[in-house]
Structures are given as structure tokens and as C-alpha cells.
Design a protein around this ligand. Structure first.
Ligand SMILES: [Mg+2]
Ligand SMILES: [Zn+2]
Length: 253
């Protein structure tokens, strides 16, 4: 990827999820539109096991290659996924504040889908780092997918715990910068975005998509163990909601 080194002067760090946060659908669901009949056979769907979604998607992509689905067809359906409401406006806002925001993507989709989509909307350069499952087309045109890492978190799928990613990134960057960020933000929607929000501190903000699983899990956590959730919570319906919140935080010194 075209990563540029992160300057060490930025005050804020913002993490983005991809599926149903940046884009308004799940890319793993959308890719099926490139399959024959735009659907998967039941025998294949029946191979899904809880917590092993990454392996399931490996089989889905192998099936699509066997059916002759081309790289161009896959990229085409992915690139057509609509952005979530207000996301392009949020990106535009962040582009006007390069001195303030370091921007990182953390996703359980894969590098091919994410880079295809971001390049199509011209947002690829915004992200200093993309953490996602490795993927590439092999010599036969099959999209090969791998797990991101292994971890010991019981809450998360086997191939990815976003809390581990966020924690390691914050520790590494604090060391490189010689100081922590003033504030950390995390914008997401899914159950796997709840885990990283648990390590945010009282100056940080979780941006869960309103009424999506991340939001519901935070509300449940705040109800059952109020002390254990420290970040401010700001549910969003549109990226414009997030712009408004960031704007007010940026103005304070
Ligand atoms: Mg998501
Ligand atoms: Zn986890």
C-alpha cells in the first residue's frame, strides 16, 4: 500500500472500521453479486462455522474462481458499494485538518476490497495505515485471503481482535512520538468494534453507528458495568454527525 510515514505532531488519532461504517454494506456480502446467479450454493453456505468467518470467505472466493469470476468482476462490484451517509463529507473535513488527525483503518474485510474501494473514491491517501486481512489475486485469478493474526481474545473471531491491533498501535506510536495522542476516536458499527472501544480512555470518543451491534453492546456494557466503559459515546447516523463532534473538539486547545 502507499503508506506514508505518520508525522509525529498530530494531536488526534482516529480509527475507522470499513464494512457498514465507511461503506454502507458488507463487502463480503456484496462480492457474492459477482457469483453466477448472484448467490452462493447452499452446500457452500452450510460450511460456515461461528468465529471462522475468514476461512469461510476463503472457500467463497475459491468457489467464485472455479466458476470463472474474474478479478475485474470482483473489483467492479466492490467499487460500486455506496459510501455510508455523510462519509465523503467526513473525509473532506479530515482532509482540511491534516495537521490534527492521524487516520487508521481497522477492518476484518481484506486489503483488495478496501484498497479498490478507497482508490475509486480517491480516499486512499487519507489513511496512514490499513490493518486488515492480507489478500491478493494469484496467477490463476483467484483472490487468496489469509488471517490477519492470531490472538487470545475470547470475544473476537479467530483471525482478528481489533483491541489487540489498537492497543499495539497506540503503544508503538506513543513510543515513536514520545507522547500519547490528546484524544483517540474509534468509528465503527459491528460487534468486533466493541472490543477495541473498551480500551479507550475518558478523553477519547467511541462513535458507534446508531442501533448497530457496537452501539447496543456499549449501551449494555454501560448498564451492567458503568465503571468499565470510560470513553465518551457519540452514536452517529451520518458522517456529518461525526464532523460536528470533531469540529468542537478541534477548536479546544
Ligand atoms: Mg463494520
Ligand atoms: Zn477482542
Amino acid at each position: 500500500m502507499a503508506a506514508h510515514p505518520a508525522p509525529n505532531s498530530k494531536r488526534f488519532l482516529i480509527f475507522f472500521d470499513f464494512d457498514e461504517t465507511i461503506v454502507d454494506e458488507s463487502s463480503d456480502d456484496v462480492v457474492v453479486q459477482a457469483a453466477p446467479g448472484q448467490k452462493l450454493p447452499n452446500w457452500l453456505k452450510d460450511t460456515y462455522q461461528p468465529g471462522r468467518y475468514n476461512e469461510y470467505m476463503q472457500r467463497v472466493l475459491a468457489y467464485m474462481a472455479e466458476q470463472g469470476v474474474s478479478e475485474a468482476a470482483i473489483r467492479s462490484v466492490i467499487e460500486k458499494i455506496p459510501a455510508s451517509p455523510g462519509i465523503i463529507a467526513l473525509f473532506q473535513y479530515l482532509r482540511t485538518r491534516p495537521q490534527d488527525f492521524e487516520i487508521v483503518l481497522v477492518s476484518d474485510a481484506n486489503m483488495v476490497f478496501i484498497e479498490s474501494w478507497l482508490r475509486r473514491v480517491g480516499a486512499h491517501q487519507l489513511f496512514v495505515k490499513i490493518f486488515t486481512n492480507p489478500a491478493s489475486f494469484d496467477g490463476k485469478g483467484q483472490l487468496r485471503l489469509g488471517p490477519f493474526h492470531s490472538h487470545g481474545c475470547p470475544r473476537c473471531p479467530e483471525n482478528m481482535c481489533k483491541q489487540v491491533i489498537v492497543r499495539d498501535y497506540l503503544a508503538r506510536r506513543a513510543q515513536e512520538r514520545g507522547r500519547p495522542y490528546q484524544r483517540v476516536f474509534y468509528m465503527g458499527d459491528g460487534a468486533n468494534d466493541f472490543c477495541p472501544s473498551l480500551i479507550l480512555g475518558p478523553r477519547d470518543t467511541a462513535f458507534p453507528r446508531r442501533d448497530y451491534p457496537m452501539h447496543k453492546l456499549i449501551v449494555e456494557q454501560q448498564r451492567s458495568q458503568p465503571e468499565s466503559f470510560r470513553a465518551a459515546v457519540f452514536p452517529w447516523v451520518s458522517g456529518e454527525d461525526v464532523v460536528a463532534r470533531l469540529r468542537s473538539l478541534v477548536e479546544e486547545r
